[in-house]
Design a binder for this molecule. Sequence first.
Ligand SMILES: NC(=O)c1ccc[n+]([C@@H]2O[C@H](COP(=O)([O-])OP(=O)(O)OC[C@H]3O[C@@H](n4cnc5c(N)ncnc54)[C@H](OP(=O)(O)O)[C@@H]3O)[C@@H](O)[C@H]2O)c1
Ligand SMILES: *[C@@H]1O[C@H](CO)[C@@H](O)[C@H](O)[C@H]1NC(C)=O
Ligand SMILES: *[C@@H]1O[C@H](CO)[C@@H](O)[C@H](O)[C@H]1NC(C)=O
Length: 328
Amino acid sequence: MAILFYIVILIIIFVLALGLYQKSTNRICRSRKRLEEKTVIVTGGTTGMGLQIATDLAERGARVIIACPYEDEGEAVKKEIIKQTGNEEVVFKLLDLSSIASIRNFVKEIYDEEDRLDILINNAGVGAVTDFITKDGMSFIMQVNYFGQFLLTILLLPLLKKYATNSEPARIVNTSSSFHWFGSVDFDRLNDIKYWYPLFLYANSKLCLVLFAHELTKRLKEPNIVVNCLDPGAVGTGIFGCMGKFLGGFITLMLWFFSKTPWEGAQTALHVALDKHAGVVSGQFFRNCSLSSARKIGSDDKTAKRLWDESVMLVGLSDVELQQCLFD
Ligand SMILES: NC(=O)c1ccc[n+]([C@@H]2O[C@H](COP(=O)([O-])OP(=O)(O)OC[C@H]3O[C@@H](n4cnc5c(N)ncnc54)[C@H](OP(=O)(O)O)[C@@H]3O)[C@@H](O)[C@H]2O)c1
Ligand SMILES: *[C@@H]1O[C@H](CO)[C@@H](O)[C@H](O)[C@H]1NC(C)=O
Ligand SMILES: *[C@@H]1O[C@H](CO)[C@@H](O)[C@H](O)[C@H]1NC(C)=O
């Protein structure tokens, strides 16, 4: 028993030290790129890292669309970003990634109201919350973190392609996590919330994102869209707050002391969205503002293809629509 106790203490010390090391050596996005006339979407741009990303992009002059499932929160944050940056071109749109209907509605509004889309930052995500099956029949965690973003990304491809060129490609940025190392893709149990602990569903969803980037890169014939994933590192946001009062509160407190601030955590996403060299690679994985690598299975062709097919089926994309989004 005592030995177990020491092992746990050792692990905790190791994790805290790793967090401190990451925090103290965190690289900053150095790009000076301006984004006047450009439009970007930051899903979940209302709190945590998403808010920092949205604010930075607004400061660079972009038209910034933030999207989350709560109208009041979204409108308030929108005003806050406008006040802070002086950029009036900040828009809030309702988007609930746990609902296919909401995603489709969001996409329809975007096509009705926007002429272009240059950068899509898939930042929204939930942590290891208590899971349930959504009305679309998927695990809530998997749908918000992966399936919803899969559908959203594919439906937005035509708009992303519209003004994209090979020298100035549109960019898709997916927020994965180092937790993808613990993830697995079990096709019989993708949405089996009785089988998986929430933390594993979280890990699985983040691995699926990596596979998605790999497969999408292969399927996009023209090099005018690049799609990359990143790991922000351990960041002190509220994302683990919902793991229950005690555990969630404890983790959030620990993160606060020993991990990156949301601003620090946002730097790699900004790097992937803006940096010149990050704009010429696709299907890659970034960490600490530099090219890194994901787990090998993240680029396994067979798994990526099968996951793609399953995802298409689960989110109800028809062949015709898929073809239109990919090739028109
Ligand atoms: N924090 C970390 O240590 C860490 C590490 C690795 C990866 N990440 C990833 O980084 C991303 C950002 O995390 P964060 O730490 O900044 O988390 P956060 O502070 O909890 O922010 C998450 C954002 O996602 C939005 N969101 C949640 N459910 C949604 C839904 N159903 N539809 C649309 N938007 C939804 C939230 O909107 P509301 O505020 O309206 O709920 C919020 O804006 C996530 O993908 C996370 O998995 C975080
Ligand atoms: C982040 O990058 C910097 C500069 O390249 C490096 O010195 C540092 O060790 C890196 N930190 C981590 C956690 O990889
Ligand atoms: C991430 O990148 C992949 C590949 O580009 C893309 O298909 C997917 O929709 C993006 N979003 C998520 C959440 O994986």
